[in-house]
Design a protein around this ligand. Structure first.
Ligand code: NAD
Ligand code: UDP
Length: 312
């Protein structure tokens, strides 16, 4: 049985990860300040003998003895990370410092939940890990993008200088049950709007693309990455290469929910990436991993989840 620290464990992805790690017989410390996550996400785990919930902000030092660390603490929705952008940068930067410090002292393996946003508005498509990206360092997304880039930089310096056993994954857009109703990301927005009979808000003309991965595929990728030997650090893309325009996504959700909502167009926020799709050759080769759940399959449980959540 391993002792595992999951920062951001009460968030959307973190709660699924805590669940999986407990199922495998591990002991889990779920650390969160509930900025964009909630106790409700891990309510069902409280009382499990292997589970411990700790309220803590990763921008402050923390001391613990563990075998593995999954560093997920950081708001992921543009609405949340832009609400307090200075705190977002601090979370990525100081969070990485503090968690790498624990890994250095204890010899724990540490996995960083990095992001496809390190590629910015990409000029290379699909995105391969060797692509260095096109990030606007002074734009409204930079608190998140540059915060995550600095975290990657710290991970590799701790690895080179102190021999810390690092694992870096670059996660592409992920969705699934436990996303908050007010999360602000596109799938939760469209599903909630469709179920409530409200207008579906497409930003821009809807021709921008994203590639959506179901949460169970991401969790499998994270577990496999953590289990690789120390020589493999990543970064490795974890995402579903199926690529859709936001207009296609809106139409799919309207048809699946049977909603009579209209589609409306709103201004495109600045620096919104025009296209995104992972090249997953490296993950296939090194982790033997590929996503299993298509967007069509994954939307059904998400729609059912939001129906329950909205009491419909
Ligand atoms: P989320 O917002 O639901 O979860 C993040 C969690 O971190 C929340 O529970 C939040 O309260 C916590 N947190 C934020 N700041 C903190 C701080 N200073 N101290 C302690 N806890 C803090 O987002 P998510 O979708 O579950 O994302 C999880 C991780 O995966 C994030 O690091 C995110 O950047 C990364 N990621 C997610 C996606 C995606 O599409 N879901 C894509 C790329 C990367
Ligand atoms: N988007 C949209 N309507 C919404 C929310 C988002 O059209 O109500 C668009 C957004 O502009 C972006 C895409 O959907 O082009 C994905 O947005 P999200 O916030 O989910 O993730 P990210 O931009 O970080 O990939």
């Amino acid at each position: 049985m391993k002792q595992i620290l999951v920062t951001g464990g009460a968030g959307f992805v973190g709660s699924h990860l805590c669940e999986r790690l407990l199922e495998e017989g591990n002991s889990v410390i779920c650390l969160d300040n509930f900025y964009s996550g909630s106790k409700e996400n891990v309510w069902h785990l409280i009382g499990h003998p292997g589970f411990e919930l700790v309220r803590h902000d990763v921008t402050e030092p923390y001391r613990v003895e563990v075998d593995e660390i999954y560093n997920l603490a950081c708001p992921a929705s543009p609405v949340y990370y832009q609400y307090d952008p200075i705190q977002t940068t601090k979370t990525s930067m100081f969070g990485a410092f503090h968690m790498l410090g624990i890994a250095k002292r204890t010899g724990a393996r540490i996995l960083q939940a990095s992001t496809s946003e390190v590629y910015g508005d990409p000029a290379v498509h699909p995105q391969v890990e060797s692509y260095r990206g096109n990030v606007n360092p002074i734009g409204i997304r930079s608190c998140y993008d540059e915060g995550k880039r600095v975290a990657e930089s710290l991970f590799f310096d701790y690895h080179r200088i102190h021999g810390v056993r690092i694992k870096v994954i670059r996660i592409f857009n992920t969705y699934g049950p436990r996303m908050a109703v007010d999360d602000g990301r596109v799938i939760s927005n469209f599903v909630v709007q469709a179920l409530r009979g409200e207008d579906l808000t497409i930003y821009g003309d809807g021709s921008q693309t994203r590639s959506f991965q179901y949460v169970s595929d991401l969790i499998e990728g994270m577990i496999r990455m953590m289990a690789t030997d120390d020589s493999f650090t990543g970064p490795v893309n974890i995402g579903n290469p199926g690529e859709f325009t936001m207009l296609e996504l809106a139409e799919k959700i309207l048809s699946k929910t049977g909603s009579r909502s209209r589609i409306v167009f709103r201004p495109l926020p600045s620096d919104d990436p025009k296209m995104r799709r992972p090249d997953i050759t490296l993950a296939r080769g090194k982790l033997g991993w590929a996503p299993k759940v298509s967007l069509d399959e994954g939307l059904d449980p998400v729609i059912a989840y939001f129906r329950r959540k909205l009491g419909l």
